[in-house]
Design a protein around this ligand. Sequence first.
Ligand SMILES: [Zn+2]
Length: 497
Amino acid sequence: MKLFWGDIHNHCGITYGFGGLENALNAAKEQLDFCSVTGHAMWPDMPDRNPDTDFIIDFHLKGFSKLEKNWDNIKNKVEEYNKDGEFVTFQSFEVHSCQFGDYHIVSPDSELELNYLESPMEVLKSQKCRAIAIPHHIGYTPGYRGINWDSFDSTISPVVEVFSKHGCAMSEVALYPYYHDMGPRDSRNTVYNGLKRGKKFSFIASTDHHAGYPGSYGDGRLAVLAEEKTRESIWKAVNKGRTYAVTGDKIKCEFTVNGEVFGSTIHTNGNREIGFNVEAAYFIDKIIIFKNLRPFKVICGESLTDANTSGRYKLRIEMGWGNSKSSFIWNCSSSVKDGRFVDVESCFRGRSVLSPTAGIAEDNNINRLTTKITEKTETRVEWVCETFKNQSTLHPQTSAIILEVEGDINTTITFNINGKNVEMTIKKLLENGMSVHMKPYSSEAFNIHTAVPQSKYCVSDSIIDGKAETNSDIYHMEVYQYNNQAAYVSPIFVMSK
Ligand SMILES: [Zn+2]
């Protein structure tokens, strides 16, 4: 089986988000294997109208009716983009609920219907086609659109969205607490708390982007372990919980107990052999294997061995910064001498919008960005990229490319970025990267990060646990990189008789 990457919860102008549907699907194709663009559809227990809620109620109602009017056309367009083997799409819409928490309904079938009922579960159960209900931004306050664990039903919700642009809901101490205007992360409504209550589910992430850029870097993506890149195969994997969440970087994870992959339930009275294999996208900070939500094995980045003098290296070229109101276009290429490029990963971002704000104009082309890998061979990679100034010092808007190079310390890499030329050996790049500015002041810039040697981004091992702690033990894995990107790998449930 192989890993495929997607985003199955994000918004654009088909409801109250921004940007065209086709632009969104085209952007998704650039860096994802599968995606769904979600329409905001209904809110059965919407707050009462008063001068304070007028704006909120109006933009929701307007968005819902826009979706309803165009529902068949939207589904046709989504269906048209599905090409098994190349790019897979799913249908979806979103149900807000104060009482039950927000859910999105996802389906492989175009018969998905907007049935206006009282709860996300009823909406799901009324469908005549295959569909699942995925709870999202679960960490909000119970009753205030966070998850309601009492009503959570894993038979219709095999996966839970644990990270998005709203933040991370894994636990009280997880990176990325909630700071959107919907309020704080409530520690009762975390993933750990759901698992402690005996709920069974796998983890996913999606962006919940509102400016039509599915997969926008840093806002959440999901990995799916499937036989092939087809709609049926990916759908089957999601239903079996063969999924995990990443914040942005495509951290490749294998995680098994007695050979069974994440999302499995196994039965044994004997040893549990826990196997893991991580290929990160940056320096590994920590890998933690949890047993019943307590660390069972911790691997610290500090303990990883010195840089390999030959083999593989990852080079991250990050572009953006500046102080301009408009966007900035990058034209870039890189070539390699005495080595070869074995992989290219994109970390492209769309514009950062999470919900409508009074005064922002509707613009269908807000998500038609000049961002694309245009050439990819073993010796040369070319890309164009459109970036925006950072929203604050804690809210980057940069985009990046990660080149994986095979060679040795004498392998030479050349970068040409908007006419600036840089040539460096891997030996130099392992000591330092470098940043380059385009103008004398408040300038757009690019940063070639220090090279990451394979010895510091690849870890694989196995450990034996000989002891059952309860009759249903939960093993899961979390991977952290030094750039604050993480992977949350779904549990394996081990039952003893
Ligand atoms: Zn949403």
